[in-house]
Design a protein around this ligand. Structure first.
Ligand code: BG6
Ligand code: MG
Length: 219
């Protein structure tokens, strides 16, 4: 039986992944003079802010001081905040609200497992805090995906065991983190971007509690 669910935020519950993409692409191209492709974006999904900047810097010959790195991260975050300031519950991705509600109705706990330090603000704007028993984000956990810490902490806070817990992830690093932690992982997006996920669906509207229980039972 399903014990609980852990949700990544960006790209799973809300379409903020594209705002991260646009802001990092702008930083890469305007400030560092390096290209930023779809593959680069897939590699960055799920990583922390500083790891994302380090990844982009590794594509350039620029040697940056600690102060310069802080400035670039602040600039990227400002662009990101400008883009997400008008997010409302209407921006929840298909099926997100319905699944969170059905989990709550069935007394199956849910938590957030995100690398983002902006997660609490976005959760507030989306009005989904009432569905989440715990929020584990980039302010709480410093070891980021593919390390399983964010999900292990979530399961610990919910008092549940990984094998009966489903993690929803849109990032390859997040799928790796979930599998490393011993969780059942449902990828959100395209199979070719999510190697190792137990199942992959286009969005959460394809998920019901019954389906999750069937998958866990046949695992
Ligand atoms: C993750 C996103 O959820 O959070 C990444 O997938 C993002 O793209 C990371 O860089 C950190 O987010 P923030 O909001 O702390 O800069
Ligand atoms: Mg994500």
């Amino acid at each position: 039986m399903l014990a609980g669910c852990l949700f990544d935020l960006d790209g799973v519950l809300v379409d903020t992944a594209r705002h991260h993409f646009v802001a990092w692409k702008r930083l890469a191209e305007e400030q560092l003079n390096v290209s930023f492709t779809h593959e680069d974006n897939e590699a960055l999904k799920g990583l922390s802010r500083v790891e994302s900047l380090d990844y982009i810097l590794s594509k350039s010959t620029t040697v940056a001081s600690a102060e310069q790195k802080l400035e670039w991260m602040a600039l990227k975050n400002q662009w990101y905040l400008n883009a997400v300031q008008s997010i409302t519950p209407d921006d929840l991705l298909p099926g997100a609200q319905a699944l969170l509600r059905s989990l709550q109705d069935a007394n199956i706990p849910a938590a957030l497992g995100s690398a983002s330090k902006n997660a609490p603000m976005i959760i507030d704007q989306l009005g989904i805090g009432k569905f989440l028993t715990a929020i584990v984000d980039g302010n709480v956990v410093t070891l980021s995906k593919p390390h399983p810490a964010v999900f292990l902490k979530g399961a610990e806070l919910l008092g549940i065991e990984p094998p009966r817990t489903v993690v929803f992830e849109d990032a390859q690093s997040g799928v790796q983190a979930a599998k490393e932690g011993g969780f059942y992982c449902v990828g959100i997006g395209r199979k070719e971007d999510l190697t190792g996920a137990d199942q992959v669906v286009p969005d959460l509207s394809f998920i019901t509690i019954e389906k999750l229980n069937n998958w866990l039972n046949n695992n």
